[in-house]
Design a protein around this ligand. Structure first.
Ligand SMILES: C[S@@+](CC[C@H](N)C(=O)[O-])C[C@H]1O[C@@H](n2cnc3c(N)ncnc32)[C@H](O)[C@@H]1O
Length: 247
Protein backbone atom coordinates (compact mmCIF):
# COMPACT_ATOMS: atom_id res chain seq x y z
CA UNK A 1 0.00 0.00 0.00
CA UNK A 2 1.37 3.47 -0.83
CA UNK A 3 2.42 5.75 2.02
CA UNK A 4 -0.17 8.18 3.36
CA UNK A 5 0.98 11.81 3.67
CA UNK A 6 -1.62 13.09 6.13
CA UNK A 7 0.60 15.85 7.56
CA UNK A 8 0.22 17.74 4.27
CA UNK A 9 -3.57 17.83 4.73
CA UNK A 10 -4.43 21.49 5.60
CA UNK A 11 -6.84 20.68 8.44
CA UNK A 12 -4.64 17.98 9.92
CA UNK A 13 -1.55 20.19 9.71
CA UNK A 14 -3.31 23.09 11.44
CA UNK A 15 -4.58 20.84 14.26
CA UNK A 16 -1.27 19.08 14.76
CA UNK A 17 0.70 22.35 14.71
CA UNK A 18 -1.59 23.82 17.37
CA UNK A 19 -1.13 20.73 19.57
CA UNK A 20 2.66 20.85 19.29
CA UNK A 21 2.77 24.58 20.01
CA UNK A 22 1.33 23.97 23.49
CA UNK A 23 3.83 23.95 26.31
CA UNK A 24 2.06 20.94 27.80
CA UNK A 25 1.46 17.91 25.60
CA UNK A 26 2.46 14.27 25.80
CA UNK A 27 5.59 14.89 23.71
CA UNK A 28 7.02 17.58 25.96
CA UNK A 29 5.89 15.97 29.21
CA UNK A 30 6.49 12.27 28.57
CA UNK A 31 7.97 11.08 25.28
CA UNK A 32 10.76 13.62 24.75
CA UNK A 33 12.14 13.45 28.32
CA UNK A 34 12.34 9.65 28.03
CA UNK A 35 13.99 9.81 24.58
CA UNK A 36 16.56 12.35 25.80
CA UNK A 37 17.64 10.06 28.63
CA UNK A 38 18.45 7.36 26.08
CA UNK A 39 20.34 9.51 23.57
CA UNK A 40 23.96 8.42 23.05
CA UNK A 41 26.88 10.87 22.96
CA UNK A 42 26.51 12.81 19.70
CA UNK A 43 29.89 14.54 19.54
CA UNK A 44 31.21 14.30 15.98
CA UNK A 45 28.46 11.84 15.03
CA UNK A 46 26.32 11.56 11.89
CA UNK A 47 22.59 11.29 12.59
CA UNK A 48 19.60 10.27 10.46
CA UNK A 49 16.19 11.42 11.78
CA UNK A 50 13.30 9.49 10.19
CA UNK A 51 10.00 11.38 10.15
CA UNK A 52 11.84 14.46 11.41
CA UNK A 53 8.78 16.71 11.09
CA UNK A 54 9.54 20.34 11.92
CA UNK A 55 13.17 19.53 12.68
CA UNK A 56 13.37 20.44 16.36
CA UNK A 57 15.25 17.23 17.16
CA UNK A 58 17.62 17.70 14.20
CA UNK A 59 18.60 21.09 15.56
CA UNK A 60 19.09 19.68 19.02
CA UNK A 61 21.44 17.00 17.67
CA UNK A 62 23.63 19.73 16.16
CA UNK A 63 23.57 21.67 19.42
CA UNK A 64 24.70 18.44 21.11
CA UNK A 65 27.75 18.18 18.84
CA UNK A 66 26.58 16.14 15.82
CA UNK A 67 28.73 16.84 12.76
CA UNK A 68 25.98 16.03 10.25
CA UNK A 69 22.23 15.48 10.48
CA UNK A 70 19.93 14.24 7.72
CA UNK A 71 16.22 14.77 8.40
CA UNK A 72 13.82 12.73 6.28
CA UNK A 73 10.10 13.43 6.07
CA UNK A 74 7.31 12.67 3.61
CA UNK A 75 5.51 15.95 4.38
CA UNK A 76 6.44 19.10 2.48
CA UNK A 77 4.58 21.25 4.98
CA UNK A 78 6.51 19.86 7.95
CA UNK A 79 9.81 20.35 6.14
CA UNK A 80 8.87 23.91 5.16
CA UNK A 81 8.67 24.72 8.88
CA UNK A 82 11.90 22.80 9.57
CA UNK A 83 13.76 24.78 6.91
CA UNK A 84 12.55 28.03 8.49
CA UNK A 85 12.78 27.25 12.19
CA UNK A 86 15.38 24.53 12.58
CA UNK A 87 18.04 25.33 10.07
CA UNK A 88 21.81 24.86 10.32
CA UNK A 89 24.55 24.23 7.80
CA UNK A 90 25.10 20.78 9.32
CA UNK A 91 21.46 19.76 8.68
CA UNK A 92 20.11 18.50 5.37
CA UNK A 93 16.36 17.94 5.00
CA UNK A 94 15.13 15.42 2.45
CA UNK A 95 11.52 15.25 1.31
CA UNK A 96 11.12 11.49 0.89
CA UNK A 97 9.47 8.51 2.48
CA UNK A 98 11.50 6.55 4.97
CA UNK A 99 10.44 3.45 3.03
CA UNK A 100 13.02 4.61 0.43
CA UNK A 101 16.03 5.08 2.71
CA UNK A 102 17.92 2.25 1.02
CA UNK A 103 18.63 4.82 -1.73
CA UNK A 104 20.69 6.96 0.70
CA UNK A 105 24.37 6.81 -0.03
CA UNK A 106 25.98 7.42 3.37
CA UNK A 107 26.27 5.84 6.82
CA UNK A 108 25.16 7.08 10.21
CA UNK A 109 26.13 6.63 13.86
CA UNK A 110 22.59 7.21 15.12
CA UNK A 111 19.25 6.58 13.47
CA UNK A 112 16.57 8.36 15.45
CA UNK A 113 12.82 8.47 14.99
CA UNK A 114 10.20 10.10 17.18
CA UNK A 115 6.59 8.94 16.78
CA UNK A 116 6.67 8.02 13.10
CA UNK A 117 7.16 4.24 12.82
CA UNK A 118 3.47 3.47 13.48
CA UNK A 119 2.84 4.97 10.00
CA UNK A 120 5.01 2.29 8.37
CA UNK A 121 3.49 -0.94 7.07
CA UNK A 122 6.60 -3.08 6.54
CA UNK A 123 8.59 -2.68 9.73
CA UNK A 124 10.77 -5.73 9.02
CA UNK A 125 12.03 -4.12 5.79
CA UNK A 126 12.60 -0.79 7.57
CA UNK A 127 14.71 -2.60 10.20
CA UNK A 128 16.88 -4.19 7.47
CA UNK A 129 17.29 -0.83 5.70
CA UNK A 130 18.25 0.93 8.93
CA UNK A 131 20.73 -1.77 9.88
CA UNK A 132 22.44 -1.38 6.50
CA UNK A 133 22.73 2.42 6.94
CA UNK A 134 24.32 2.27 10.39
CA UNK A 135 28.03 2.21 11.08
CA UNK A 136 29.31 -0.67 13.24
CA UNK A 137 28.26 -0.01 16.84
CA UNK A 138 25.73 2.55 15.61
CA UNK A 139 22.57 3.16 17.60
CA UNK A 140 18.90 3.02 16.66
CA UNK A 141 16.61 4.96 19.00
CA UNK A 142 12.90 5.26 18.24
CA UNK A 143 9.55 5.94 19.84
CA UNK A 144 6.15 4.95 18.51
CA UNK A 145 2.59 4.74 19.74
CA UNK A 146 2.32 1.84 22.17
CA UNK A 147 0.72 -1.34 20.76
CA UNK A 148 -2.00 -1.10 23.44
CA UNK A 149 -3.03 2.19 21.79
CA UNK A 150 -2.85 1.05 18.19
CA UNK A 151 -4.57 -2.32 18.81
CA UNK A 152 -8.30 -1.58 18.72
CA UNK A 153 -9.71 -1.82 15.21
CA UNK A 154 -11.90 1.29 15.40
CA UNK A 155 -8.76 3.12 16.46
CA UNK A 156 -9.84 3.88 19.99
CA UNK A 157 -9.69 1.94 23.19
CA UNK A 158 -11.53 3.56 26.06
CA UNK A 159 -11.14 4.24 29.76
CA UNK A 160 -13.53 2.82 32.32
CA UNK A 161 -14.39 4.99 35.32
CA UNK A 162 -15.52 4.34 38.88
CA UNK A 163 -18.66 5.88 40.43
CA UNK A 164 -16.70 9.08 41.16
CA UNK A 165 -15.67 9.49 37.55
CA UNK A 166 -12.07 8.40 38.24
CA UNK A 167 -10.41 6.39 35.49
CA UNK A 168 -9.62 2.91 36.75
CA UNK A 169 -8.91 0.74 33.71
CA UNK A 170 -8.60 0.75 29.94
CA UNK A 171 -10.36 -1.50 27.46
CA UNK A 172 -8.77 -2.43 24.16
CA UNK A 173 -9.22 -5.24 21.67
CA UNK A 174 -7.88 -6.82 18.45
CA UNK A 175 -4.37 -6.92 19.93
CA UNK A 176 -3.31 -10.04 18.07
CA UNK A 177 -4.62 -8.80 14.72
CA UNK A 178 -1.76 -6.72 13.31
CA UNK A 179 -2.41 -4.51 10.32
CA UNK A 180 -3.80 -1.16 9.28
CA UNK A 181 -5.99 0.99 11.50
CA UNK A 182 -7.96 4.09 10.52
CA UNK A 183 -8.58 6.74 13.18
CA UNK A 184 -10.09 10.20 13.40
CA UNK A 185 -7.36 12.65 14.40
CA UNK A 186 -8.36 16.14 13.20
CA UNK A 187 -9.61 14.42 10.01
CA UNK A 188 -11.13 11.02 9.22
CA UNK A 189 -9.03 8.24 7.78
CA UNK A 190 -5.65 8.79 9.41
CA UNK A 191 -3.88 5.51 8.71
CA UNK A 192 -1.59 3.80 11.20
CA UNK A 193 -0.28 0.28 11.53
CA UNK A 194 -0.71 -1.90 14.58
CA UNK A 195 2.06 -4.35 15.42
CA UNK A 196 2.24 -6.47 18.51
CA UNK A 197 5.08 -5.92 20.94
CA UNK A 198 6.61 -9.28 19.93
CA UNK A 199 6.40 -8.49 16.18
CA UNK A 200 8.26 -5.24 16.80
CA UNK A 201 11.01 -6.81 18.90
CA UNK A 202 11.33 -9.85 16.61
CA UNK A 203 11.70 -7.65 13.49
CA UNK A 204 14.61 -5.86 15.18
CA UNK A 205 16.20 -9.13 16.31
CA UNK A 206 15.85 -10.72 12.87
CA UNK A 207 17.59 -7.70 11.31
CA UNK A 208 20.48 -8.45 13.75
CA UNK A 209 19.95 -5.52 16.09
CA UNK A 210 20.95 -6.03 19.72
CA UNK A 211 18.22 -4.57 21.91
CA UNK A 212 19.79 -2.42 24.61
CA UNK A 213 16.77 -0.94 26.31
CA UNK A 214 13.00 -0.97 26.02
CA UNK A 215 11.07 1.81 27.72
CA UNK A 216 7.33 2.37 28.27
CA UNK A 217 7.71 5.83 29.81
CA UNK A 218 6.23 6.57 33.20
CA UNK A 219 5.63 10.23 34.01
CA UNK A 220 8.23 11.97 36.13
CA UNK A 221 7.04 13.83 39.24
CA UNK A 222 7.82 17.30 37.80
CA UNK A 223 5.63 16.47 34.80
CA UNK A 224 2.74 15.14 36.89
CA UNK A 225 2.76 18.30 38.97
CA UNK A 226 2.32 20.35 35.79
CA UNK A 227 -0.12 17.95 34.14
CA UNK A 228 -2.01 15.61 36.52
CA UNK A 229 -3.69 13.86 33.55
CA UNK A 230 -0.43 11.95 33.17
CA UNK A 231 -1.65 9.66 35.98
CA UNK A 232 -3.42 7.82 33.13
CA UNK A 233 0.00 6.50 32.12
CA UNK A 234 -0.07 4.25 35.19
CA UNK A 235 -3.18 2.56 33.73
CA UNK A 236 -1.59 2.01 30.32
CA UNK A 237 1.47 3.45 28.60
CA UNK A 238 1.04 5.68 25.53
CA UNK A 239 4.48 5.11 24.02
CA UNK A 240 6.97 2.37 23.30
CA UNK A 241 10.64 3.36 23.04
CA UNK A 242 13.42 1.05 21.90
CA UNK A 243 17.16 1.57 21.88
CA UNK A 244 19.12 -0.98 19.85
CA UNK A 245 22.64 -1.35 18.51
CA UNK A 246 24.28 -2.65 15.36
CA UNK A 247 26.84 -5.19 16.61
C1 LIG B 1 4.06 12.71 14.95
S1 LIG B 1 5.04 13.47 13.70
C2 LIG B 1 6.60 13.54 14.54
C3 LIG B 1 7.53 14.58 13.97
C4 LIG B 1 8.91 14.67 14.67
N1 LIG B 1 9.59 13.38 14.68
C5 LIG B 1 8.77 15.17 16.07
O1 LIG B 1 8.87 14.37 17.01
O2 LIG B 1 8.51 16.38 16.25
C6 LIG B 1 5.26 12.16 12.53
C7 LIG B 1 6.07 12.55 11.32
O3 LIG B 1 6.30 11.39 10.52
C8 LIG B 1 6.20 11.76 9.16
N2 LIG B 1 5.96 10.57 8.35
C9 LIG B 1 4.85 9.79 8.30
N3 LIG B 1 4.99 8.80 7.40
C10 LIG B 1 6.24 8.95 6.87
C11 LIG B 1 6.99 8.24 5.89
N4 LIG B 1 6.50 7.17 5.27
N5 LIG B 1 8.24 8.67 5.61
C12 LIG B 1 8.77 9.77 6.22
N6 LIG B 1 8.09 10.48 7.13
C13 LIG B 1 6.85 10.07 7.47
C14 LIG B 1 5.06 12.76 9.15
O4 LIG B 1 5.03 13.53 7.96
C15 LIG B 1 5.36 13.56 10.42
O5 LIG B 1 6.20 14.66 10.15
Amino acid sequence: MSNQNIYDNEIFFAGYSELRSREINSNTMLEQPAMKELLPDLNGKAVLDLGCGCGSNCLEFVLNGAKRVVGVDISEKMLEVAKKEATDEKIEYKNMSMTDISTLDEKFDLIYSSLAFHYIEDFAKLCEDMYALLNENGTLLFSQEHPLITATVDGNGHYNKDENGRKISYTFSNYNEPGERYVHWYVDGVRKYHRTFSDTINALAKANFKIEEVCEPKPQSWAMEKWPALYDEYIKPSFLIVKARKV
